[in-house]
Write a protein that binds this ligand. Structure first.
Ligand code: PMP
Length: 397
């Protein structure tokens, strides 16, 4: 039967990883796949997570099914982390939420919920956006449109063009916003810009859909939630897809949260039943393990503090690497000013070089990253930054 289907090209990022593995150059550098890495290039289990695993090993007495919404302590802890413990929407009982298999699972079930509301819904995504947004949202049957976001030539957000586009968005349309640490550009809205986005959402009555996958990797756990909190505190409805893959380092455990801020508590009950029924029709219920670990961490003051310190450490390391790269590029005589890299946030940076230059980096210097010029900042290290900067200077000057 399946021969009728076309052979698909391999995923560009996974193809890049495979090419990197095969490269025999001892100085090769991998800045492709978006996972955090330490100075040694490892993606370790966070110590707070390792301790929570021990607790869970002793605490868990059964593998019977969990409830359809997932681990309730996880949901409560995550909502407080994202929205703030004193969030008015939480106090007003306006938030429906389920644990989901990763940020991807959250994005998908929320998209399916939107098709139940209206199959003709348009979702506006930033140009550019994370490539997987397109199938996650589009395969649910929604129509995708783009709004201008980033200008490679000036390495900055096209805020005026973005706002001009958002002012045309129709009531009932959905606008996908990256809560922080925009993937792929690393360029985030300022607080004043979030305010303007909130105002236009209110005026046009579109629904903001916030994808927050890197909370804590930008400025701080609190500051990174500024935008999503502003929207939730000022608009009747917001939907949120959160991921614990990066900030808890739980990638393979598939831990995420899908939340729907509703206009009132009665609608919350409808939304809660509907989102659970969407999940039931796809995977029934989320895996419990990762959510149980996050619950253990967030509900224990000492363990939570240990985790916060680890998130801080990851963020500070990435920030330091940005500065180091920018300084090394200048030191080795780059003709282009790369100081914009220091203003970008989180794990990704757009180096704003051409696809041809990216290919030269790969073919002539064994430095691997995607053609868009997005690099995983965590793949840089004290050990490889000189090689990287020298190669870049050779390619771009
Ligand atoms: N949103 C964005 C913007 C992401 O970059 C990612 C991870 N790459 C996700 C969502 C979802 O990640 P996961 O499903 O691994 O939790």
């Amino acid at each position: 039967m399946f021969e009728v289907l076309p052979q698909l090209a391999p995923d560009p990022i996974l193809g890049l990883s495979a090419a990197y593995k095969q490269d025999s150059n001892p100085s090769k550098i991998d800045l492709g796949v978006g996972v955090y890495k330490d100075e040694q290039g490892n993606t370790p289990i966070l110590s707070a997570v390792a301790k929570a695993q021990q607790v869970l090993l002793e605490r868990e007495t059964s593998k019977t099914y969990i409830t359809p919404q997932g681990v309730q302590g996880f949901i409560d802890g995550m909502l407080q982390l994202i929205l703030g413990a004193q969030s008015p929407v939480l106090l007003a009982d306006r938030v429906a939420a389920v644990q989901a298999p990763g940020g991807c699972g959250s994005l998908r079930i929320l998209s399916e919920l939107l098709t139940r509301v209206n199959a003709d819904t348009k979702v506006w995504v930033s140009d550019p956006t994370w490539a997987n947004h397109i199938p996650l949202i589009g395969n649910a049957g929604l129509t995708i449109e783009t709004y201008p976001y980033f200008d490679k030539a000036s390495a900055s957000i096209r805020f005026d063009a973005m706002m001009e586009c958002l002012r045309q968005v129709k009531k009932g349309d959905v606008v996908l916003l990256h809560g922080c640490c925009h993937n792929p550009t690393g360029a985030d809205l300022t607080k004043a810009q979030w305010q303007e986005v909130m105002n236009v959402a209110k005026e046009r009555e579109f629904l903001p859909f916030v994808d927050i996958a890197y909370q804590g990797f930008g400025d701080s756990l609190e500051d990174d939630a500024y935008g999503v909190r502003l929207l939730c505190e000022n608009l009747p409805e917001v939907i949120i897809a959160a991921s614990c893959s990066k900030n808890f380092g739980l990638y393979r455990e598939r831990v995420g949260l899908a939340a729907i801020v509703c206009a009132d508590s009665n609608t919350r009950k409808i939304a809660q039943g509907q989102i659970q029924s969407v999940a039931r029709g796809i995977y029934s219920m989320p895996p419990s393990y990762g959510g149980a670990l996050v619950d253990i961490i967030l509900s224990d003051d000492a363990l939570k503090q240990e985790w916060v310190n680890e998130v801080d450490e990851m963020r500070v390391r990435m920030r330091t690497l940005r500065e180091l790269l920018v300084n090394k590029l200048a030191e080795y005589g780059a003709q282009k000013d790369f100081s914009f890299v220091n203003d970008q946030k989180g794990m990704f940076s757009f180096l704003c070089i051409t696809p041809e230059q990216v290919q030269k980096m790969r073919n002539e210097h064994s430095v691997y990253f995607v053609d868009s010029s997005r690099v995983n900042v965590a793949g840089i290290s004290l050990a490889n930054v000189d090689t990287l900067a020298k190669a870049m200077v050779k390619v771009i000057n």
